[in-house]
Ligand binder design. Structure first.
Ligand SMILES: *Cc1c(COP(=O)(O)O)cnc(C)c1O
Length: 364
């Protein structure tokens, strides 16, 4: 083992992310396909992902936070639009304008702030108008939306780039909330017939063409999470996580393994300790359910997940030796299966991926 070999390695397949984006773009055509790269590109690296997708032709990017927007702005051409979903906070308008970021305007105060900025600058400024159709988190309430339609001078100086809303339960195909939100969104969309309408997230794309409008906003599906949980995953896996075996030992009853003596040997057992723990985002809720993979074999987690280490039962896998890398996420352990074994969703597994991994990007 060379000195520089990392203890843990995250490999991100940008080619697979681009392939997923192209797949989604074909599904929504003639609508455009944006890319949601918030939370550092769902943990995989927003700058690398945005750069690869921009090269592939993507021109619409969405992030949550302003600082995420600043990072993505530098990674993509100036002609690509970068929308910040959080909304325009007081005092931020000049920075948004200077850096060519598109704010999502989520309440009347934000509309007033952006309109004032446009008038002061003497130019039209682009914005996303977010109408809440059921999520009740961000966006104009129906009452605020009606007030805006009744007095459009509030939009003076503003050139809306998108009219958008966000689905509540799109991964549940038969949930009637989907159709109710669609009906509500059509009203706001009709009030701005010349503005691009954006409605569908990843799962929304699979609800059918009437959900596509002009610009789809997939996130999770780009990264390989199944947007159709009741059906086989149409997307490609994009990330592989491997951790090194640091030490191997033999134990027998009545020895226990790890904090709290949560696992007790009942037979002679080979235990491998690997360089990954909850500080790397590998959750404590994997206890008793998680697994690693090596040479075509499953290696069950035993004992507690600790901060830096996880212990595996490698009794049946003699090739599990010190220095080998085991797979924790990848072709043998798809993100949705990994998430299910921790009692969570793929989004949380990816966005919690830690900062200690060496990272390799496979270019498209
Ligand atoms: C996160 C987010 C998306 C992407 O959702 P996925 O389910 O990951 O495809 C789209 N739109 C908005 C407003 C979001 O916050």
């Amino acid at each position: 083992m060379a000195k520089a070999d990392p203890a843990s390695l995250l490999t991100v397949d940008l080619g697979a992310i681009v392939a997923n984006w192209r797949d989604l773009a074909a599904r929504v055509a003639p609508a455009r396909c944006a890319a949601v790269v918030k939370a550092d590109g769902y943990g995989l690296g927003s700058v690398a992902v945005a750069r690869a997708l921009a090269k592939a032709g993507c021109r619409d990017f969405f992030v949550a936070r302003l600082n995420e927007g600043l990072a993505v702005r530098d990674a993509v051409p100036e002609t690509a639009r970068v929308t910040v979903l959080d909304g325009l906070m007081k005092g931020e308008a000049a920075l948004y304008r200077r850096r060519n970021l598109t704010p999502s305007l989520n309440d009347p105060g934000q509309i007033a702030e952006w309109s004032a900025q446009a008038k002061a600058a003497g130019e039209k400024l682009a914005a996303t108008l977010h109408f809440d159709t059921g999520m009740s988190r961000l966006g104009l309430t129906p009452k605020e939306g009606d007030a805006l339609l009744a007095d459009r001078t509030k939009l003076d100086g503003i050139a809306p780039a998108y009219v958008m809303s966000h689905l509540v339960s799109s991964e549940e195909r038969d949930n009637p909330i989907n159709a109710a939100q669609l009906a509500a969104f059509k009203k706001w969309r009709a009030a701005f017939p010349d503005v691009a309408a954006s409605f569908a997230n990843s799962s929304g794309i699979f609800l059918g063409p009437e959900y596509h409008f002009d610009v789809a906003r997939p996130g999770c599906a780009l990264y390989g999470i199944n947007p159709t949980p009741d059906r086989p995953n149409p997307m490609r896996g994009t990330a592989k996580l491997e951790a090194r075996i640091l030490q191997v030992r033999e134990i027998d009853s009545p020895q226990t393994v790890g904090y709290g003596a949560m696992w007790k040997a009942t037979r002679p057992t080979r235990v491998a300790t690997i360089a990954c723990g909850y500080a790397d985002g590998w959750l404590r809720t994997f206890q008793g359910k998680g697994q690693a993979w090596l040479d075509g074999r499953s290696l069950p987690f035993i004992g507690r997940v600790s901060m830096d280490l996880i212990t595996l039962d490698v009794s049946d896998v003699p090739t599990a030796t010190q220095g080998r890398m085991v797979e924790l996420l990848g072709p043998n352990l798809p993100v949705d299966d990994v998430a299910a074994s921790a009692g969570t969703i793929g989004y949380e597994i990816l966005t919690r991926l830690g900062a200690r991994f060496a990272r390799t990007y496979i270019e498209p």
